[in-house]
Structure formats: structure tokens, C-alpha cells
Design a protein around this ligand. Structure first.
Ligand code: MIC
Ligand code: SF4
Length: 639
């Protein structure tokens, strides 16, 4: 029996464990990436580990999220990251060079290698056959220090693509279709491997849109083979030597299989407030639109913006619509500036943003009250745009551009434009905004602004965990709910005491106060708790507020790892019915937890209700030790 792409990479990188679906393994990491909003914390953690230089083949620090610089905070954090990166041997991509995933794809991604990044959309690089995963900042810091990365051996799902997309139907519609079928929980413990004759009809940027948004399935990652189309991309990037052919064995086996007929796909949209709330654009109807944003790491490639320029050329943006466009990288911006496409975009009346995440993470362009905004982004979680009443619809660039002209949500197949974009023979290659690190760490002094505060570290676990239920939340709570991000909060990613005042703000503004009054306690949650962003702050802020354990129906992968890394115990309900019997401020206690952890079962006493129930702690032996030590940094130090 032959190997699929995922097993090929896992086999060549495994350092611990056995390759058996769902069994824990540790793998060697070739490359890492960080971005600024999670990076400050990752580099503080790297410093705390006391190593000299990073041990990866290559590590890159990007500045792309915190770009508004309304005060000194972001600028200070950028300086900190620039100097700390240089000191430890990390490349530094300057603000303005572009969104981490787009630039990484253009300049660094390599088939058959492994990558982890402190950002949940790191799987973008799977578009060229890399095994690329999102992780918490501490896991990335550990990988930079030469440590292996722990995952559960994923189930590998083959997505067999047949047929060819019709005109004006986009690769965005493929991933929206996968989300429609499988939901935001459908990818947990899975890697989606794309195969079939339809693969060769998709360019690298189109593939990267799919692997990028595979994150919304809760998947470990997604991956495409590396073929002639991939070579075309590498040649155009002047990186032919980084390319290798990478295909699954002819008799490769998969755990599950799905087929998507590209020829039958229609333009789709994910309605507010979840990326799996997918319907056909036609079905959603001609909703009046206030704002359109084309950009984000999902859809801001050269090809995306060339298509948009073709649609906009000779047209004007509807008088009632604000169209904003954020190119994914300086390469993209320079290419479209030099070939005239940018002029077509500007002439249509679009507003041009710098090459960064921008509105995708609420850094500006928040819609107005009840504003309807069509976005080519990957997430439309409640509150993420910066306007709580905002209604965000996720769409393809084609749907976005056509709708911006019409002023209403429009199925782009109503227009029949040939949007074939040839891969340029050569992209403009200028890596002058990627700074190489200093030769030795002694040469560099790390610059630390006053906004950088020490981060909280967990305490050793005693034999009893007790406290009140300080919040009870529903299914699919995102890390955007737990630790919101917007232009007001992002500058404080290196200031957990300040940030914690806004913990759970979009759900319950009283949470920080209640947590402090009760000396912390328990979080009770539904299924898929902590989906979305990899931000470790969604564990660090609760830790700072005294949260000891989260009891949930199920957890999202990255957030569960972040809780463990910070010494907060993730506990699963054994009987989901027990969720209904717990109320806010109930007093809970778990006795004898030291021994119970290794049995996989804990008994939770609800003193208020005078009942006891069993719950599951699904932790590896190493994770148990980490929890007992009060987090991974303590664990590493003890060793
Ligand atoms: C996101 O898209 O949610 C972010 C902002 O890029 C996050 C990282 C963060 O919260 O800083 C992510 O995807 O991990
Ligand atoms: Fe940036 Fe948005 Fe991509 Fe996150 S999803 S990396 S905020 S562009």
C-alpha cells in the first residue's frame, strides 16, 4: 500500500511516536513563521528559553497585522521583533512587505518540508506541497529552539477534484463548498489532501486560497501535490531550485474520500457569522451592500487582483458602496502598479490599502451600524470586523468585484468575462524588505518598549482544583470571542494585564470582573471551543485572570494545545448532558487530580448542585507532565 503526501512528509520528519491515525507523534520542523500580533509573545518565550540562535533551516518574522500605529505601541513592538529576530537568527519581513502567508508562499515555501507558524492560516503554504500548520506562539518558539512539534497523527482525507471550474466560479467557491458539506468542526484531526484531474486546472494561488481556508474546517492542515503548475510558479518566482515534484504513490491509501465536481460548482457565500454558513450567492439574494473588501491572505494574490482589475476596468464602484482593496504583498502591488491594473482599480473608485491584513482583523474599515460587508476573507466571526452589528458575507473576488459595481450581492456568472490570467513569466523579485539576521547574537541589542509586559506563567498543579464557574458559553466559541482583536486591542498583544480586561468582551463584559472577584475558576463550554485564530492570548488572558480548567464538549486543536502549554486543564464532558446541569457560579471541585490525570478520567463535584460527574482528560503522557508543571515553559525549564 502506497503513501499519500501527508504520510510521505510525516515519515521523513517523525522523531517520536507511531504513525497510526489519532496517535500522538512529534515531528521535526524545517521552517517557522511568526507575525507581529502573536510574534511578540513568541519571541518573549524564545528569550525565556535561553537559547542562542534558532535551530531551524529558516525562520521568518513578519510584520503585517498591527499596522495602524495610532500610538507608540505597534512601532515599539515592530522594533522589538526586528531586533530580537536579528539577534536569534530569524529573517525579518518589514511592515509593507506583505501578509505573512502570501509572502511566505512567494519567497520561502518548499514542497516536502514542514512549517509551523504562529498564525492559523499557515496552511496556505500547503498550496505548494508543504506540510504547514498553525500553532501557538510557544510551540513556534520551541520549534525555533530545535524542538519537535507534537500533533495527533491526522486522518488523511482525499478530496478528489474532477471537472473544471466554470467562468466566474472561483477556487474560493471550492473551499466554501467543502465548508458547506463538512462544517467548521469537520476537519478536526484531519488533513485534507487534494487530488484528481481537477488539481491541474488550478494555479498555485488558487490552491493556496483553498489550503488557507482549510483552517476554517478545524483541520490540522491541507495540502496539494507539487506538479508542473507548481513548477511554473517557482520559475516565475525565480526559485526553480526550491521546487521538487511531489506526488502521492499511485496506490496511496486514505482514511476518507470526498469528491467535488468543479464543473457543477456555483458561486457561494458564507453568511454571518460563520464560515460554514454557506449558500449559493443566488439563493442569498440581491442584498444591498455597504462595503466590499478584497484582500486578506485568502485572496490577495497577483492573480486575484488581476481578475478584479479586469472586472472593474471601465466601470465605477456603486455610489453606495465603499470598495477597499488590500494587495497581499509588495510584489503583488508592484506588479499591478507596473502593468496598469492598479490604475484600472483606482479609476473604478476603489480605496487602496497597504499590503497587510487590514480590515480582515478589524484594523480599520469597520463597517457602519448594521453595515453589510462582502469580504474575500476567510472568517466572518461575530464582532471580528470591529462593528458588532456588522454583517459580513465571505465571497470570492469575482463576486466581490461584480457586487461592488452593482451595489447588491450579485452572482458573478451573470457577467461572462474571460478571467484567464496567465502566470507571469517572471514576478518582480526584490527581497530588499526581507532583512537577514545578524551573524552572531552578540552584535544585537534587543529594543524593548514600555508596552511589553511580562507574560503570566502557570503554577505547579496541586492535588485539588476548585473554583466557581465564571462563564458558561455555547458551541463554536472562537478565540475572537475569548480574546477579541481590533484596532484598539491589537496594539496590546504584548500586554496581557491590559488585554485581559477585554477577555470575552463580545460575549460577557462582566467576565474579567467576575473572574477577579472569584479568584479565577472554571470555564464551561460547548463543542469546538477555541476555533479560529491561533492567538495564545486566548489562553494567556484567562490564565492571568485565574482560569484553572475549561470543561467543554470538545476543543479546537490549536487552542487545546495553547491551554495545555499554559497549564490550563482542558477537560471534555463524557456525557454531554452534564453541560446542561451546570450553571454560572456553581462551585466545582476536582479532588485527587494528580493521579486522576493519568487514568484519563476526572470526577467533578458540583458542590452547589450536590452532584458528581465524570469527565475525560484526553492528554498524552507528556501533556500531563506539562499540566503538572504549570505549563510548557516550566516543564522545559525543569528538564
Ligand atoms: C486571524 O486571522 O484570526 C489572525 C489574526 O491572523 C490570527 C492570529 C492572531 O490572532 O494574531 C490567526 O489566524 O491565528
Ligand atoms: Fe491576516 Fe486575516 Fe490572514 Fe489572519 S486571516 S493572517 S488577519 S489576512
Amino acid at each position: 500500500m502506497g503513501d499519500n503526501l501527508v504520510y510521505k512528509i510525516l515519515k521523513s520528519h517523525i522523531v517520536e511516536g507511531e504513525l497510526k491515525a489519532l496517535e500522538p507523534i512529534a515531528i521535526k520542523i524545517d521552517q517557522t513563521l511568526t507575525q507581529d500580533s502573536t510574534g511578540t509573545m513568541a519571541y518573549l518565550q524564545l528569550e525565556a528559553m535561553g537559547i542562542d540562535r534558532v535551530k531551524t533551516k529558516r525562520s521568518v518574522a513578519f510584520i503585517d497585522h498591527n499596522m495602524l500605529q495610532q500610538g507608540f505601541e505597534n512601532a515599539d513592538d515592530h522594533k522589538f521583533i526586528q531586533t530580537v529576530a536579528s539577534k536569534y537568527g530569524v529573517h525579518f519581513s518589514k511592515p509593507g512587505n506583505g501578509i505573512c502567508h502570501q509572502v511566505f508562499l512567494e519567497r520561502f515555501a518548499r514542497p516536502t518540508e514542514t512549517l509551523i507558524g504562529s498564525d492559523s492560516h499557515t496552511p496556505t503554504a500547503g498550496g505548494v506541497g508543504m506540510l504547514a500548520m498553525g500553532a501557538g506562539g510557544l510551540d513556534v518558539a520551541l520549534a525555533m529552539g530545535g524542538g519537535a512539534y507534537n500533533i495527533n497523527t491526522p486522518k488523511v482525507v482525499k478530496i478528489n477534484l474532477v471537472g473544471k471550474l466554470k467562468r466566474m466560479v472561483a477556487s474560493k467557491d471550492i473551499i466554501l463548498e467543502v465548508l458547506r458539506r463538512l462544517s467548521v468542526k469537520g476537519g478536526v484531526n484531519r488533513v485534507f489532501e487534494y487530488a484528481g484531474e481537477g488539481v491541474k486546472t488550478l494555479s498555485v494561488p488558487e490552491r493556496a486560497t483553498i489550503t488557507n481556508m482549510g483552517a476554517e474546517l478545524g483541520a490540522t492542515t491541507s495540502i496539494f501535490p507539487s506538479d508542473e503548475r507548481t513548477l511554473e510558479f517557482f520559475k516565475a518566482q525565480g526559485r526553480e531550485e526550491d521546487w521538487v515534484e511531489f506526488k502521492p504513490d499511485a496506490d496511496a491509501v486514505y482514511d476518507e474520500e470526498i469528491e467535488i465536481n468543479l464543473s457543477e460548482l456555483k458561486p457561494l457565500t458564507a453568511k454571518p457569522h460563520s464560515p460554514d454558513n454557506v449558500v449559493q450567492v443566488k439563493e442569498a439574494g440581491k442584498i444591498k451592500v455597504d462595503q466590499v473588501f478584497i484582500g486578506s491572505c485568502t485572496n490577495s494574490s497577483y492573480e486575484d487582483l488581476m481578475k478584479v482589475a479586469k472586472i472593474l476596468k471601465g466601470n465605477k464602484v456603486n455610489p453606495n458602496v465603499s470598495l477597499v482593496i488590500g494587495p497581499g504583498s509588495r510584489q503583488v502591488m508592484e506588479m499591478i502598479a507596473r502593468n496598469g491594473a492598479l490604475a484600472d482599480i483606482i479609476s473604478s473608485g476603489a480605496r487602496i490599502l497597504e499590503n497587510s491584513c487590514g480590515p480582515c482583523i478589524g484594523m480599520g474599515q469597520a463597517p457602519g451600524t448594521n453595515g453589510i460587508s462582502l469580504r474575500t476573507v476567510n472568517r466572518n466571526f461575530y464582532g471580528r470586523s470591529g462593528t458588532l452589528t456588522g454583517q459580513i458575507y465571505i465571497v470570492s473576488p469575482e463576486t466581490a468585484a461584480v457586487s461592488a459595481i452593482n451595489g447588491v450581492l450579485t452572482d458573478p456568472t451573470e457577467k461572462d468575462i474571460d478571467l484567464t490570467i496567465e502566470m507571469p513569466e517572471k514576478f518582480i523579485i526584490d527581497d530588499s524588505m526581507i532583512l537577514a539576521p545578524a551573524e552572531t547574537n552578540a552584535e544585537v541589542e534587543v529594543v524593548r518598549g514600555p508596552n511589553i509586559k511580562p507574560f503570566p506563567i502557570g503554577k505547579e498543579l496541586g492535588n485539588e482544583v476548585d473554583g466557581k464557574v465564571i462563564i458558561k458559553v455555547e458551541d463554536n466559541i472562537t478565540t475572537d470571542h475569548i480574546m477579541p482583536s481590533n484596532s484598539k486591542l491589537l496594539p496590546f498583544r504584548s500586554n496581557i494585564p491590559y488585554l485581559s480586561e477585554f477577555c470575552f468582551n463580545t460575549v460577557d463584559t462582566e467576565f474579567p470582573k467576575r473572574a477577579k472577584e472569584n479568584n479565577g475558576g472554571f470555564i464551561i463550554a460547548g463543542s469546538n471551543y477555541g476555533q479560529g485564530s491561533s492567538r495564545e492570548h486566548a489562553a494567556l488572558a484567562p490564565l492571568y485572570l485565574g482560569v484553572k480548567a475549561v470543561v467543554a464538549k470538545s476543543f479546537a486543536r490549536i487552542h487545546k494545545a495553547n491551554l495545555i502549554n499554559n497549564g490550563i486543564i482542558p477537560i471534555d464532558f463524557k456525557d454531554e448532558g452534564d453541560y446542561d446541569n451546570i450553571d454560572l457560579l456553581d462551585e466545582l471541585v476536582i479532588e485527587g487530580i494528580q493521579d486522576a490525570l493519568s487514568t484519563g478520567i476526572v470526577k467533578i463535584k458540583n458542590l452547589t448542585k450536590n452532584v458528581e460527574f465524570e469527565a475525560v482528560v484526553d492528554l498524552t503522557e507528556k501533556e500531563i507532565e506539562v499540566i503538572k508543571a504549570g505549563g510548557r515553559l516550566n516543564y522545559v525549564k525543569n528538564m
